[in-house]
Write a protein that binds this ligand. Structure first.
Ligand SMILES: [Zn+2]
Length: 264
């Protein structure tokens, strides 16, 4: 078997032809498992004809603290930038969805687990400012483990900064839709990912603040089945909807039309 043509679904363990998965929006055709996709793939799936313009590309991270754990932060950044081809863990796309001009921010899990530090916060804030100036709706697709510890307080303050920017969007009555992909955890959930006019998730996405292991150890109880997955959150009122990837684009277009009082 050619490794490049075939792959195994980690959920149903079936061996599948890679192209069949790609043709199905990177969802397993056998069991409907939603594979994690890159920020670029996400933008391509959402915008009309897969076309968009990238904005704010020239913002690069800084190692404020000279941070070092098992590896120097500067080295981690270098490696992640080389691997992903991106300056940091988010991309801002401008284009149209169903003919409606929209800004879509898409997080890149492949860049240090989609962690939020100064660049991600700045790009979200600039997108909010641009959305207000241009009266243009905003969508953020989160795929993030939370705040990036290597920038310490500079990362944590992005929760406040992005929340404040989104609060201004609300004052200006500019629609903001949050899409939560697997995984959306930590400070990402505790800030912009849960602040949408509507918050919708992909099926089976892990969504939470602290991880299930930390909670189990803290409360010394076994957690219920499906805890912190999209469907569990939906049934407990924490999400507005769970949408399969193949329907997501049309769902978002419909929501944007409702928010903007445009005919369906
Ligand atoms: Zn499968």
């Amino acid at each position: 078997m050619n490794d490049n043509l075939w792959t195994r679904c980690n959920n149903c363990q079936r061996i599948l032809y890679k192209q069949d998965i790609l043709d199905n929006c990177s969802v397993c055709p056998a069991c409907n498992f939603h594979f994690r996709i890159s920020s670029a793939e996400r933008l391509r799936l959402l915008f009309d004809d897969g076309l968009y313009e990238l904005l704010d590309q020239g913002i690069f991270p800084v190692d404020f603290l000279g941070f070092e754990d098992s590896q120097k932060y500067a080295k981690r950044l270098e490696d992640s930038q080389a691997k992903s081809g991106l300056p940091d863990a988010i991309q801002t796309g401008r284009g149209t969805m169903g003919g409606i001009p929209v800004l879509v921010l898409s997080m890149e899990f492949g860049f240090m687990g989609g962690s939020v530090a100064s660049v991600v916060g700045e790009k979200i804030t600039r997108a909010c400012e641009r959305a207000i100036a241009q009266r243009c709706p905003l969508i953020i697709v989160s795929c993030s483990g939370g705040m990036r510890m290597q920038e310490g307080m500079m990362s944590l303050m992005q929760m406040m900064k992005t929340s404040a920017a989104l609060a201004r969007m609300e004052e200006e009555k500019i629609p903001y839709i949050s899409v939560l992909a697997d995984p959306t955890t930590g400070g990402t959930t505790a800030s912009f990912a849960m602040l949408g006019d509507i918050n919708v998730a992909e099926p089976q996405a892990l969504i939470g603040f602290a991880g299930p292991r930390v909670i189990e150890q803290t409360i010394k109880e076994k957690l219920p089945k499906g805890f912190q997955r999209s469907e569990f959150l939906l049934s407990h009122g924490m999400l507005d909807d769970v949408i399969e990837r193949k329907n997501l684009r049309n769902y978002l277009i419909r929501a944007l039309r409702l928010f903007l009082n445009k005919p369906q």
